[in-house]
Design a protein around this ligand. Structure first.
Ligand code: NAD
Ligand code: DAU
Length: 350
């Protein structure tokens, strides 16, 4: 069946993988990528599909309600997959207003446009909101996992803004009947991630023999998922998920930061032909992130049991693929790490 689907934030890390998957897998769909192209949005991420007949890019801000409403009406949309957001915790600590603006008001603007456009007939419509496991707060080192019924307890301005947006999405279902789905995913890694996030930042720093700033003692734990597996989950949930449900998406793949960093060092040194452990001396323990959540770990059993999704890649395989991708795409990395971003990065550690 033909569909017109709006993907917001499609020029970002995860969004670009979702756009690529949908454009290639569904030639009958029209995929409209709406992105403001902030520092994190990069059309280079989509070079391989930009000329496909079922793909279109619109540069717009999700907070600009009039433009968003016009797009909903002109493009005759059947669905939205909403990924556009400010996504970096450290930036949210420095500039919380931008996070409230984009993540809360931007989401509200999309919800309102969807409701206004679809309200007379919600049949076959879908508003799919991409959220994060960070809304659940943090776990102790006790083996517990976040489930879909874990209470919200966000700690950073980023996670607070994502939690607020999730509440708006549910409110639009409960109040106006808007068909929605929310998914909460754990940490993603893979190609095209902006190098302010742990994995691409550290790979790039190892290659360039720059210090690796490990927050605190490096004991915080994250649950890592290869980004293409997240995109696969979004595809399955968009098509087969139940309206008004929440699904957790995770890798069952917990790593203490310091152990993960050692795996990255080992992998990069091996591929570059360096002496084993040569880059370990780049590790520098620095002041901890304010409000740093101790541990995240997702229970995605519901998604497995209901819709049959499971991660397809083992972590060792995924991290090797990822390291190789960044080493083979150093031009991509150079283009975004020069200029403004370099100044920002230097300022973070002053
Ligand atoms: P990203 O920062 O790489 O990309 C965000 C994209 O949104 C960029 O292309 C940016 O230009 C765009 N954008 C920002 N503000 C906008 C605005 N006002 N209007 C239109 N476009 C705007 O983020 P990501 O890591 O790909 O995350 C995508 C989504 O997934 C976010 O909602 C994030 O909260 C969520 N998420 C991320 C992870 C992760 O590990 N990266 C995990 C779980 C959930
Ligand atoms: O859990 C999902 C979330 O994962 C997403 O919602 C966010 O958008 C995404 O950015 C990510 O958040 P984290 O804060 O977990 O990711 P980040 O890559 O920034 O950091 C991962 C861990 O590494 C975290 O414990 C902080 C630590 N870290 C990070 C950086 C950038 C360091 O020790 N040093 C660093 O320089």
């Amino acid at each position: 069946m033909k569909k017109n689907i709006l993907i917001t934030g499609g020029a970002g890390f995860i969004g670009s993988h979702v756009v690529r998957l949908f454009v290639n897998k569904y030639p009958d769909y029209n995929i409209i990528n709406l992105d403001k192209l902030t520092y994190a949005g990069n059309l280079e991420n989509l070079k391989d599909i930009e000329d496909k007949p079922n793909y279109k890019f619109i540069k717009a801000d999700i907070c600009d309600f009039d433009t968003i409403l016009k797009i909903f009406q002109e493009e005759n949309l059947d669905g939205v997959i909403h990924l556009a957001a400010e996504s970096h915790v450290d930036r949210s600590i420095k500039d919380p207003f931008t996070f409230a603006q984009t993540n809360v008001l931007g989401t509200l603007s999309l919800l309102q446009a969807a409701k206004e456009t679809w309200k007379d007939n919600y049949d076959n419509k879908m508003f799919y909101h991409i959220s994060t496991d960070e809304v659940y707060g943090e776990l102790e080192f006790d083996g517990s996992l976040f489930t879909e019924t874990t209470s919200y307890d966000p700690h950073s301005p980023y996670s607070a803004s994502k939690a607020a947006s999730d509440h708006f999405v549910r409110a639009f279902h409960d109040t106006y009947g808007l068909p929605i789905i929310i998914t909460n995913c754990s940490n993603n890694y893979g190609p095209y991630q902006f190098p302010e996030k742990l994995i691409p930042l550290f790979i790039n720093n190892i290659v360039n023999k720059k210090p690796l700033p490990v927050y605190g003692k490096g004991e915080n734990v994250r649950d890592w998922l290869y980004v293409v597996d997240h995109a696969r989950a979004i595809d399955i949930i968009y098509h087969k998920g139940r309206v008004a449900e929440t699904y957790n998406i995770g890798g069952f793949n917990e790593w203490k930061n310091i152990d993960l960093i050692k795996v990255m060092i080992k992998t990069v040194d091996k591929i570059l032909g360096n002496k084993e452990g040569e880059s370990l001396n780049l590790i520098q323990f620095v002041t901890d992130r304010a409000g740093h959540d101790l541990r995240y770990a997702i229970d995605s059993t519901k998604l497995k049991n209901e819709l049959g999704w499971e991660p397809s890649l083992q972590f060792e395989e995924g991290i090797e693929l990822t390291v190789r991708w960044y080493l083979e795409n150093q031009e991509w990395m150079k283009n975004i790490t020069s200029g403004e971003y370099e100044k920002y990065y230097e300022s973070m550690y002053k």
